[in-house]
Ligand binder design. Structure first.
Ligand SMILES: O=C(O)CC1=NCN=C1
Ligand SMILES: [Zn+2]
Length: 421
């Protein structure tokens, strides 16, 4: 079969090993590193990956050959945890953070998430659409081709729906593919501060069915944390969501360990998010239940905390892990997944191979798309990120610098020569 285009002469190609599930424990240290590699693309899919000169059977008069001498290729990067759609911003809290006021104390004062809720409720569809598009444009030039986007800044249906509709519209109008998560259970609205159980019931009775019927999200998530939702409330909401066919996530052990990981293991949520305060016992439970640990080192950095999630302990316990930005206006205002990858090395002591696996094949399974993206196996989408680097170590070692040069989505070039600009 002839290729439409063949990307040739890569110094290295990072090609994860796809086992049909997330890589666990020691498996995350393995990958195919193809020297002098080529990637043949046909109809937006991977046709063949190899080393040396592509076989002549791949080439006819219409095949475009593109030279990438001295460059590194990887599958398109996948950011599997963001709070992408929101109004306003929270730099006003920055001075408080610098003066030692905690994230939860700011929330308790009615700031934090609740101040973003106010700004989002006041933002129209087009304002949210344009703002989020600009954020996605930044993520794209950092090499990201798929993003998970949560709601959770409306809390009430009208604005939750608007957030989800912005995500749906952008999924159809931006090169980045979006995976939608419903997260009305992100904070307790002022009117329910005395009765959060009633708010959980409102979400179950009034919102979950609408999200399902209108096909506005595949996943359901909840913030299980001191001063937000308890483990029992999380269990109740996620059980109802599971019965409606949603795939499950849970924000657990971000600041305090209050039982969210137990809920994750019991309900076998696809992922548990944050895990900065994860205990040895909790790690064991997640490993046994095959819960993916989605680690967010940018949040630790942004909260000026010292507790990075115990990534290596999780790998020693046989867990699958991913790394994401947690891009949001309060606890992690960034669009840069490469910085997160570098924190994975510099602060969690993961190797470059483990980090690249965490933001490609494992992140693909964490968004329920492992069969379509996350590696360069034949038939997968030709989502490819190309770095101005000769090997897989360099983009992690040479930090705080965007080394992405070109990006392909479904075989089409969507970023060109960025690093040379
Ligand atoms: O603070 C925010 O806006 C996002 C967040 N949700 C749970 N942790 C952080
Ligand atoms: Zn989050």
């Amino acid at each position: 079969m002839f290729a439409d285009k063949i990307l040739v002469n890569f110094s290295q190609i990072f090609s994860p090993i796809d086992k049909g599930r997330p890589l666990r424990g020691e498996e995350m240290s393995e990958a195919l590193i193809i020297e002098d590699g080529y990637i043949a693309i046909k109809d937006g899919k991977i046709l063949e990956v190899g080393s040396g000169n592509p076989d002549q059977k791949l080439i006819n008069g219409y095949t475009e050959i593109i030279d990438y001498s001295g460059k590194l290729a990887s599958p398109g990067l996948i950011d599997c945890h963001t709070h992408l759609v929101y109004g306003g911003s929270r730099e006003g809290e920055f001075a408080k953070k610098l003066n030692g006021v905690s994230y939860l104390d700011i929330l308790k004062e009615g700031g934090g998430i609740l101040s973003t809720v106010k700004a989002t409720r006041e933002s129209s569809f087009s304002v949210l659409f344009d703002k989020t598009k600009r954020l996605l444009d930044k993520m794209l030039v950092y090499g990201v081709t798929t993003v998970e986007a949560k709601s959770g800044y409306g809390l009430y249906w009208e604005t939750e729906k608007r957030q989800l509709e912005v995500t749906k519209a952008l999924n159809e109008n931006h090169p980045i593919e979006l995976v939608s998560t419903f997260m009305a259970a992100h904070a307790i609205p002022k009117e329910y501060q005395e009765n959060p159980d009633a708010f959980i019931q409102l979400i179950i009775d009034e919102m979950l069915p609408k999200v399902k019927v209108e096909n506005l999200a595949e996943f359901c998530d909840i913030f299980c944390e001191t001063g937000v939702f308890t483990a029992e409330q999380s269990r109740k909401l996620l059980t109802a969501a599971k019965e409606l066919g949603f795939k499950l996530r849970i924000h657990a052990d971000e600041i305090d360990s209050i039982g969210g990981v137990d809920v994750a293991a019991e309900l076998q949520t696809l992922t548990a998010e944050h895990l900065m305060a994860a205990t040895d016992e909790g790690i064991e439970k997640m490993s046994k239940a095959h819960v993916i640990g989605n680690l967010l080192p940018g949040t630790t950095f942004s909260l000026m905390a010292d507790t990075y999630a115990p990534a290596k302990k999780m790998l020693e316990a046989g867990m699958a892990i991913t790394l994401s930005t947690d891009s949001n206006p309060g606890s992690c205002p960034t669009a840069n997944i490469q910085f997160i990858m570098q924190l994975g090395c510099f602060k969690m002591f993961l190797t470059p191979i483990q980090v690249f696996n965490a933001v490609t094949i494992n992140a693909a399974y964490a968004v329920g798309r492992g069969e379509k993206i996350g590696s360069l196996d034949q038939g997968k989408q030709a989502d490819i990120t190309i770095f101005d680097a000769t090997n897989v170590d360099y983009p992690l070692y040479f930090f705080a610098t965007n080394l992405v040069m070109d990006v392909y989505k479904n075989g089409e070039q969507v970023v060109k020569d960025f690093v040379r600009l």
